[in-house]
Design a protein around this ligand. Structure first.
Ligand SMILES: [Cu+2]
Length: 419
């Protein structure tokens, strides 16, 4: 090789290697949404397009919070972060197959995106992010909340790419993937809701955490093919209770793992997610979600689970909680009606008396979405959020049922006595 040839090849080598080394960096990027107005004692929820890093790189960490106009974090007693889900628009979701890949979410437990060193969620400058939020205001006046999220972002370096694997016991049920724990069981009885998912590819699960609601005991990740339980996410309870009580409080933390070695899963393995709730009390609109990150890799057969680095919190059992109605139901008692309407910010009849065995219908006629949610009584049930149509329930157990609309809990209440 000539001198010029050697020079050119070393320049070429520098050009290839140089920028990658020179610009390898981790940055912390902070994004804040515009104001989100939440009515007094109300709930606001909506999908939004979300700002994202406008350079190719990897997300290596993420968390979100609700702040006020001055940038101060709002506590659970003001505008509370109920749920937030981030998705990459146009990328196929691994479990639902929908064209929005859910890659990060948190709720009251304040789950954060954490990955073991050397791993990242790949993102291109041109990728589009969306977010779906649900905020709850505990104050008697309308307030603005701003969602501020922090992204730890690595550029100029190749990391091991991870894919989000979103397991949900109500998987792909839409924006409100809830189920009802009926309650009424003896002390220490449990209610378990499960879902199965067959792995479309092999790899190592390098991170994961869970989301449960009030009354949750644990969220188990089982590998049915290998007959193992590689991880369970456990709730921590406590902290000040936001007043007025507008929903059954959820865990303040859920345990979360990271592992560079990862939990091996092979293509075709049947994973089962089990959300275990206590069932002596009812727990309506419960959830069971585990968000895992898969580093695709060749895996065959069943391998041992490596030691996991678990951020455990202080797991405890939920205290037995009796949810009061935010206000007293009003009006004369309506006896043996067959139906009532659900309109904008009230139920047609707020006090009802029915005979055991009767079937009762709620007809939705409002211009806004509402629901029917039992928060106390002999058995828990709920109707999904809706604008129209009807919902019916056959009352087979006597007692007093306290109900509200979970979207307008302070305004829409109802009490049904079944004799
Ligand atoms: Cu409502």
């Amino acid at each position: 090789m000539t001198r010029l040839g050697r020079l050119l090849s070393s320049v070429a080598a520098l050009a290839l290697a140089g920028p990658a080394v020179a610009s390898a960096a981790e940055q912390t990027l902070t994004f804040t949404t515009g104001p989100i107005s939440v009515e007094a004692y109300g709930v606001a929820q909506q999908p939004l397009l979300a700002q994202s890093p406008k350079v190719d790189g990897y997300v290596v960490g993420m968390d979100a919070e609700v702040v006020d106009a001055a940038g101060n974090v709002q506590g659970r007693d003001k505008v509370m972060l109920h749920h937030i889900v981030f998705a990459k628009v146009g990328t196929r979701d691994l479990t639902c197959g929908t064209p929005a890949e859910r890659f990060f979410a948190e709720g009251e437990e304040r789950l954060a995106l954490k990955l073991p060193a050397g791993h990242g969620y790949p993102n291109r400058a041109t990728d589009v992010w969306g977010l779906l939020y649900m905020l709850m205001n505990h104050k008697p006046q309308r307030l603005n909340g701003y969602i501020r999220y922090t992204v730890r972002y690595v550029t100029g370096e190749q990391l091991i790419p991870v894919k989000p694997l979103w397991l949900d016991v109500r998987n792909c049920a839409g924006a409100d993937p809830v189920f009802d724990v009926p309650g009424g069981g003896r002390q220490f009885s449990t209610f378990t809701k499960t879902t199965d998912f067959v792995m479309p590819e092999s790899g190592r699960l390098v991170s994961g955490g869970g989301h449960l609601h009030g009354g949750g005991l644990r969220l188990e990740l089982r590998n049915e093919t290998c007959a193992t339980v590689p991880f369970q996410s456990l709730p921590t309870w406590g902290g000040p209770l936001p007043r007025p009580v507008l929903h059954e409080p959820g865990p303040t933390k859920m345990s979360q793992f990271t592992s560079a070695e990862g939990i091996p899963v092979a293509q075709g393995d049947r994973l089962r997610l089990a959300a275990v709730y206590e069932n002596s009390r009812l727990h309506t609109r419960a959830m069971g979600i585990m968000l895992l990150y898969l580093a695709p890799a060749e895996v065959r057969g069943c391998g041992p689970t490596p030691p996991l680095d678990v951020d455990l919190g202080s797991p405890s059992t939920p205290s037995l909680f009796s949810m009061p109605l935010p206000r007293a139901p009003r009006g004369a008692i309506v006896r043996n009606a067959r139906s009532t309407w659900v309109g904008d910010f009230r139920y047609g009849a707020e006090r009802l008396e029915l005979r055991r065995g009767s079937t009762f219908t709620w007809r939705f006629i409002g211009g806004f979405q509402h629901d029917v949610t039992v928060i106390g009584g002999p058995v828990g049930f709920s109707a999904p959020w809706t604008l129209a149509g009807s919902f019916e329930h056959r009352f087979t157990r006597a007692g007093t049922y306290r109900l509200f609309c979970s979207l307008h809990p302070a305004r829409m209440v109802q009490q049904i006595t079944v004799k």
